[in-house]
Design a protein around this ligand. Structure first.
Ligand code: NAD
Length: 439
């Protein structure tokens, strides 16, 4: 079949061709369908569609770890390497009891799109271990991390696949991971510390990495909201999740003049129409592990949280939390996806039907991987950037990515999500065009 004929295949044929299940609630299928919709809009070659519809490598490992009580427990880990046409696979790994293969595949896919959209020379990857890190002692956490690293060590590397923190993992875990990698006889040189990003600053980490994703969300909003008719000064915001991403994002937006009037996390929901001071809430969260018990706001129900009238709603908790019910409750003009895939397919459809402007995750939360890239560049060149340089470069990347997305939307007359995917796909498609498909 000629290339011209293959690009004319109707939508859906790729999922049929690859034998995907037709489960409408499957996160991976949701991601593939989003890609296919954007691929259709730009007439992307069939070969690029099928390459991207499945990851290059799906690595699954099982490893035993000695627990504090003397018994050994077997853990399951994943590393998905989705695509490396633009550069080494890049993406975090998470520790969570609900880690599943299809979710990790979906997150790896989103990383491919994200890196292509912000034009950093990386592909997409993602990993995870099925474990609740809160149930582990520090010693157990360290042993799980070292065994997970050694289980996937031969498939990753500073120029092959570079993990980073995600939900349930942090800078300390990245330090143990890098140390384990560097202890192996093949990698006993200092440059090997580029194998992960998100490291502590004293061990090769970058200034500004911790706040990077929240800062990126704020940079994108500052660039896009005036065009949507929402001034930053005084705009009302609600935050779902108050961890790394929204804890930083909330404080940064507040400092830029926004009023955060509702916040929710795994411990409950709060509201104060005069504004919740995110700096004070952050301190409370650090001390207690959640927003529950914060005195300067009223406790509200989940439904009242979603029904709170705001200009911008920022989901920054876990995936798939906003289903049709929550989407029906929402009373916002804009949703900025700080979390990856925060809506399930039904929630996504309802947001579209209700005319909510959704700034997609591959744009809104790309600040984290962008500063991870800066960390990798600094390590490779043995230099240290100032916090100001990191902020400046991050802002430049986020603003250009936002403008690219807006330009594509104007050209294709589509949603911001389709526009962001189409922008990323055009870049990947152009790289495949010049590289060709081996052999
Ligand atoms: P985190 O673990 O620091 O915070 C997660 C937050 O979600 C916490 O406030 C937690 O209370 C809340 N939460 C968990 N379960 C909840 C529930 N049932 N109801 C309400 N809230 C709940 O994680 P993070 O690093 O802030 O990541 C959040 C999201 O952003 C994830 O989807 C992650 O993949 C994505 N993301 C993170 C980064 C990063 O740099 N950290 C980068 C890009 C994307």
């Amino acid at each position: 079949m000629s290339a011209t004929m293959t690009t004319e295949l109707p939508r859906g044929s790729v999922t049929d061709e690859l034998g995907f299940p037709s489960d409408p609630d499957n996160l991976y299928l949701q991601t593939v369908n989003t890609m296919l919709e954007a691929a259709e809009a730009i007439n992307l070659k069939h070969r690029t569609r099928i390459i991207l519809a499945q990851p290059k490598n799906e690595i699954m490992v099982h490893f035993p770890v000695l627990m504090d009580d003397g018994h050994h427990k077997l853990f399951k880990g994943y590393r998905i390497q989705h695509n490396n046409a633009l550069g080494p696979y890049k993406g975090g790994f998470r520790y969570h009891e609900d880690v599943h293969l299809d979710d990790v595949k979906s997150l790896a896919f989103l990383m491919t799109m994200k890196c292509a959209l912000v034009r950093i020379p990386f592909g997409g990857g993602k990993g995870g271990v099925k474990v609740n890190p809160r149930e582990l002692s520090p010693g157990e956490l360290q042993r799980v991390t070292r065994r997970y690293c050694s289980a996937i060590m031969d498939q990753i590397g500073p120029d092959v696949d570079i993990p980073a923190p995600d939900v349930g993992t942090n800078a300390q875990i990245m330090a143990w991971f890098a140390d384990t990698y560097m202890m192996s006889s093949k990698h006993q040189h200092h440059d090997a510390l580029r194998v992960v990003t998100g490291k502590p600053v004293e061990f090769g980490g970058s200034a500004g990495r911790e706040k990077a994703t929240g800062q990126g969300v704020a940079d994108v909003l500052a660039e896009m909201l005036p065009g949507i008719g929402i001034p930053l000064e005084g705009m009302k915001v609600s935050l779902l999740g108050f961890g790394n991403v929204n804890g930083w994002g909330g404080r940064i937006l507040q400092d830029m003049g926004a009023k955060i009037i509702a916040v929710g996390d795994h411990t409950g929901f709060l509201r104060n129409d005069n504004g919740i001071d995110c700096h004070k809430l952050f301190d409370h969260n650090m001390k207690t592990g959640g927003i529950k018990g914060y005195a300067e706001a009223d406790v509200i129900s989940e439904e009242d949280f979603y029904r709170t009238k705001v200009d911008v709603f920022i989901p920054g908790a876990l995936e798939q939390m906003i289903k049709a019910k929550q989407a029906d409750w929402l009373d916002c003009k804009v949703m900025a996806e700080a979390a990856n895939a925060p809506c399930d397919p039904s929630g996504d459809r309802r947001c579209q039907e209700r005319g909510i402007e959704v700034i997609p995750a591959i744009l809104a939360n790309a600040g984290g991987v962008t500063v991870s890239y800066f960390e990798w560049v600094q390590n490779k060149n043995a230099v240290t950037w100032s916090a100001e340089q990191v902020d400046r470069e991050l802002n430049r990347h986020m603003v250009v990515a936002a403008q690219r997305t807006l330009n594509t939307r104007a050209r294709l007359n589509c949603s911001l999500r389709t526009a962001a995917f189409a922008t990323a796909l055009e870049h990947i498609g152009s790289v495949y065009k010049v590289r060709g498909i081996f052999p």
